[in-house]
Design a protein around this ligand. Sequence first.
Ligand SMILES: [Zn+2]
Length: 96
Amino acid sequence: MDSKEVGKSLGFYEGKIKRKMNKLTIYIARFNPSRKFSGPSAPCKSCMCKIKEIGIKKIVYCDRVGNIKKCLTKDYHTDYMTPGYSEYKKNNINVI
Ligand SMILES: [Zn+2]
C-alpha cells in the first residue's frame, strides 16, 4: 500500500466515524451535592463549539429550574461563557 492508498482509506474511516457521530446524543449532567438532581448543565459556548466540531446530533441537558431539555445541536445557540473561561480570556490564556 503506498501513501496515496493510506490517505484514501483514512478518508473512508473518517467519513464512517462522522456518519456514526451524526446519530449520537450527548447527555450532560452536573453534580450538585446540595441537590439530589443534576444542577443546570446547559453547554457553554466553547463546549458547543466542540460538540459541533465532532458532529454530535442531539444534546440533552438540565436547565436552571431542573427540567430536562432535549434539542438538536443545530437548534441550540448560546453565548454563555463559564467564569473559568472568562478568567482565561482576561489573562490571554488560550485554552482550546
Ligand atoms: Zn462548557
